[in-house]
Design a protein around this ligand. Structure first.
Ligand code: FEO
Length: 163
């Protein structure tokens, strides 16, 4: 059975992961309207990945005898000015998620909950990957600057994302 503090932190994280999914779907919608299909497809895959993160925690809570209580998901930002702005916002968002995961780990460590600490190691590693990926795309966009051909090259590259 999960301690209440650990349960509450994990249950909140389910919501944060679904919010991430929602935010990335909102960004995918922006790219759809901007006729950037590679970016749109990349963001839709990110939307799917975030739901998988949420469901991993959902299943873990139930495996430990808890019951997930879903909270309200905030409305995500829907107006953006550029692809670069989107990747700046996303990177800052991922850094916040990293901090949230680290906070849950600290709670689990204080409660001597070894199983949750082991469970969270996957997320800690995943966040390193997430921040690296978003940083790479942001840097590509910075290099492209106002060069539209550069933007379309990045769009083609992102369209090849497999999962
Ligand atoms: Fe669920 Fe993008 O981290």
């Amino acid at each position: 059975m999960l301690k209440k503090t650990v349960y509450t932190a994990l249950n909140e994280q389910v919501k944060h992961e679904f919010y991430s999914a929602y935010l990335y779907l909102s960004m995918a919608a922006y790219f759809e309207t901007e006729n950037l299909p590679g970016f749109a497809s990349w963001m839709q895959k990110q939307f799917t990945e975030e739901q998988e993160h949420a469901m991993k925690i959902y299943e873990y809570i139930h495996d430990r005898g808890g019951h997930v209580e879903l909270g309200a998901i905030d409305k995500p930002q829907s107006e953006f000015s550029s692809a670069l702005e989107i990747f700046e916002i996303s990177l800052e968002h991922e850094k916040k998620v990293t901090a949230l995961i680290h906070d849950i780990y600290t709670v689990a460590a204080k409660e001597d909950d070894l199983a949750t600490q082991v469970f969270l190691q996957w997320f800690i590693t995943e966040q390193v990957e997430e921040e690296k990926t978003f940083t790479e795309v942001k840097e590509l966009l910075e290099k492209a600057g106002s060069d539209l051909n550069g933007l379309y090259r990045i769009d083609a590259k992102l369209g090849k994302r497999e999962d």
